[in-house]
Design a protein around this ligand. Structure first.
Ligand code: PBG
Length: 342
């Protein structure tokens, strides 16, 4: 019935005191019927689980991200094993790199013996079918804490950075990464990485592009986790302005022609309108990243007894899916999968 029709029937019912013809509550009256009507689902098959790793053996908890640690190799294997048992079969790795290995051009990012390639090999050895996603950006390796190379005058250099990113992506693919995921926001990096991968024989490795990544305060806990905050300045000359949505669509158009396999919006919760706009602008799968700050807020409220964590976390993820995300990167992946198992 049209909304005019609904209004007319309501007015008629009021005028004649006939029973209402249309009662939406009938579809909500018990769990089974609500199940018929549920439009959006969320489950472990939608998740990519971000994990922090470091060279040390012990696991070190991250202050603002309760439940997350910088993992040593044993801790990582245990956590991946747990994720797989819960049906979460995709992870994305973020490395905390020793200060002594950082440099202004981030050479460690493409060291074949580096932490990330060595870890990928170990994981793929044990679980060939695990989907391993890697982050392509220089910030964990940069002595300046930026995603790209910083010139003496403070500018973040685009094309010079893209060359290093290509080497980083190829190095990750060679180690066995299934999906490389550029989070740096340099112009033209998707096409350059696609060509570099193809030239090296990695035509089957996918690119999940951080297409619309905003210059957000919600990355704070992540930067603490990796000790990767910019040493000076901010990331506003490459990450997007939080007020913009048309610009996100421009980035989508570019990533499509440059050969991205999936596009991402980040952060997720505060940018549901952007997820929706991107969903409508492309036929590619859309990912969204529920970032460290979104996770920290839920955890903090829950720890204070101010929110029911289980319900609030699930609601936040259903909302991201409803907005149009196919895939969600979330630190809640395992916990939610556990809750859903009951
Ligand atoms: C950096 C990167 C960041 C995150 C993922 N990759 C931080 C940043 O851009 O400073 C943030 C993820 C999170 O906050 O959970 N390449």
């Amino acid at each position: 019935m049209t909304s005019t029709g609904v209004r007319a029937s309501f007015r008629r019912a009021m005028a004649t005191s006939l029973p209402l013809l249309s009662r939406p509550r009938r579809n909500r009256r018990n769990a089974t019927i609500r199940g018929f009507c549920r439009e959006t689902h969320v489950g472990p098959e939608h998740f990519i689980y971000p994990l922090f790793i470091h060279e040390a053996e012990e696991d070190v908890p991250i202050g603002a991200m309760p439940g997350c640690s910088r993992l040593g190799s044993a801790g990582l294997l245990a956590e991946v094993d747990r994720a797989r048992r819960l049906g979460v079969n995709a992870i994305v790795l973020f490395p905390a790199i020793d200060e002594s290995r950082k440099s202004s051009a981030g050479e460690e990012a493409h060291n074949p013996q580096g932490l990330i390639p060595a870890t990928i090999r170990r994981l793929k050895d044990k679980w060939p079918d695990l989907v391993v996603v890697t982050d392509v950006a220089l910030d964990p390796y940069s002595s300046d804490g930026h995603d790209g190379i910083v010139a003496p005058d403070g500018r973040v250099l685009n094309d010079e950075t893209v060359e290093v990113l290509c080497r980083q992506a190829v190095c990750q693919a060679r180690a066995g990464a299934d999906i490389v995921s550029p989070s740096d926001m340099m112009d033209g990096r998707v096409e350059a990485i696609r060509r570099a991968l193809d030239e090296e024989g990695f035509a089957e490795v996918s690119i999940l592009s951080y297409t619309a990544k905003y210059a957000s305060a919600y990355y704070g806990p992540f930067r603490e986790a990796l000790d990767s905050a910019p040493r000076h300045g901010d990331k506003k000359t490459y990450q997007m302005d939080p007020g913009n949505v048309r610009e996100a669509l421009r980035e989508v158009e570019l990533d499509e022609v440059e050969g991205a396999d999936m596009v991402m919006v980040k952060p997720a919760g505060p940018y549901l309108d952007v997820i929706r706009a991107v969903r409508e602008a492309t036929t590619l799968p859309v990912a969204a990243y529920q970032v460290s700050g979104e996770y920290a807020m839920l955890k903090a409220a829950a720890a204070n007894g101010w929110l029911d964590e289980r319900r609030a976390a699930l609601e936040s993820l259903v909302a991201i899916r409803r907005a149009g995300a196919d895939v969600i990167l979330t630190y809640y992946a395992c916990q939610v999968a556990e809750w859903l198992e009951g």
